[in-house]
Every structure is written in C-alpha cells, then in structure tokens.
Design a binder for this molecule. Structure first.
Ligand code: ATP
Length: 237
C-alpha cells in the first residue's frame, strides 16, 4: 500500500471563512412552512452554517392564554428541524427547568449567543411584521447594534417602511467604510439590515390554529411530522 506524500508546493490555502449563524425566534405556535421557507431562503442567500430556531418562553408581546405548552412548541420545532442538517432547535429561551414560563428578551438572547460563539457572524432573522414592532422591544436601539438583521418579507409589506422604525441616530454616516455591499441593505453604524424578499408566504400560525379549531385541513401548511404531532396530541382544538 502506498501513501501519497504530503504536497510541498500545493495551492495556497484560503483563509477559513467566518462561521455564520442566524437566530430565528418566535412563538412557533405551531411552526409552519412559512417559517421554514424563510429559513431556507436565508440559509441560501447568506450562506448560513446554522439557523437556531428559538421558541420563546412566555413572549413579552404576544401572550395568549391558549398558547400551546412550551414543551409542545419545542417538540414541533425539533420535528421540523430534524431533516435539515443546518436547522437547530434551541432551548435558549426555555428558562429554569425548561419550563418555558420565563420571559426572555431578544437583546439578552443575542448577547448570550455572542458570548457562546465568539468570532461568529451573527444574524437575527425575523419577519417584516415583527421588525416593524421593534420599537416596543426591550433596549431595541442596543439590539440593532449587536448583530446584523435579516428581515423576511411578508405579503403586503413595503420595504421602505423598515427605515421608519429606526432612530435616525443609528444610521451609518454617509460614506461610512463598513457600509454593506448589498445596495438595498440599510447600513447602521455598526450593523446592517438586509431584506429577504425572495419568499412571500401567506401562511401564519394564526391561520393554522384557526383551521384546526374549525376542523379544516392543515395539510401542506406544516411539515408532515408536525401535522402528525398536532393530531396525536390533539392540539389547538
Ligand atoms: P401568529 O400568526 O401566531 O402571530 P406567526 O405565524 O407570525 O404567528 P411566529 O412564531 O410569531 O409566527 O413567527 C416567528 C417569526 O417568523 C416572526 O418574526 C414572524 O414575523 C416570522 N414569520 C412567520 N410567518 C412568516 C411568513 N409567512 N413569512 C415571513 N415571516 C414569517
């Protein structure tokens, strides 16, 4: 058996590419194909190595009394991520004993991931409706400076509206050298906001819950394993 000798004068090795991770938070009540389409489009366009799907514990803004239990929402996220090597179901907002009863704020979650993955390029992935709500989030000016944002379009959304919710002092000055290459991106002082408009899915969790409540089919609106889980656990009835 012969072993090839190590190449002495091979091509110069390229510097290792920085890892890119996106955080995708939501109530995921339940996770649906709109979420997955957005994640896949972001993965492709930004060459993401990982997307962490983070079901919220007790959401600060959207608490409904009939929200499915954290364990069920997490289980559905895990089932939806199972076949995708880069999609990771995250317990980052599960709280003490994974009870899902605590309220987490995105600014703290992003800080947590920055500490956990130093040197990684972090993105925060969210839908346009959520981004337009951002002024109501805890320390949102700080949050906007912590990492880049990928804002996924939703039907009826106009990308010019994004600028309206950003405080003027956060915009990058004209000619700032770190301005993003994408001409449609919004350059902030330290970060950038990218618009992902290659997907436009009408699916919402509200619609999925409504259909279940009125005994309509949800086939094709959630991944097959999630549909099966909802049926077996008799959720949203
Ligand atoms: P609900 O109908 O209960 O308000 P939802 O379908 O918006 O829920 P969430 O779990 O609240 O789902 O969403 C998590 C994130 O995914 C949010 O940032 C939301 O804007 C985004 N998102 C959800 N559905 C879509 C979609 N169809 N297209 C683009 N973004 C979406």
């Amino acid at each position: 058996m012969s072993i090839a000798p190590p190449q002495k004068h091979g091509p110069p090795s390229e510097p290792p590419r920085e890892r890119r991770i996106a955080l995708f938070g939501g109530t995921f009540d339940p996770i649906h194909i709109g979420h997955l389409a957005v994640a896949r489009a972001a993965e492709r366009r930004f060459h993401l190595d990982e997307i962490h799907f983070i079901p919220t514990g007790r959401p600060p803004h959207k608490h409904r009394r009939d929200m499915a239990a954290y364990a069920d929402r997490y289980a559905m996220v895990a089932l939806a991520c199972a076949d995708h090597p880069r999609f990771i179901a995250s317990l980052a907002e599960s709280g003490a004993g994974h009870s899902g009863k605590e309220t987490f704020y995105s600014v703290d979650t992003v800080r947590h991931f920055k500490q956990k993955f130093p040197g990684v390029h972090l993105y925060f992935l969210l839908g346009a409706d959520s981004f337009l709500d951002i002024p109501t989030w805890k320390d949102y000016e700080t949050l906007l400076g912590l990492c880049d944002f990928i804002v996924a379009s939703r039907p009826g959304f106009k990308s010019d509206t994004l600028r309206l919710v950003i405080p003027p002092e956060l915009f990058a000055r004209r000619g700032a050298t770190h301005a993003p290459l994408d001409p449609r991106a919004i350059a902030l002082r330290r970060t950038a906001i990218y618009v992902l408009d290659t997907v436009s899915s009408h699916v919402s969790a509200t619609d999925v819950r409504h259909r279940l409540d009125t005994n309509e089919s949800i086939h094709g609106l959630v991944p097959p394993r999630v549909e099966e889980y909802i049926k077996k656990q008799a959720l949203y009835r």
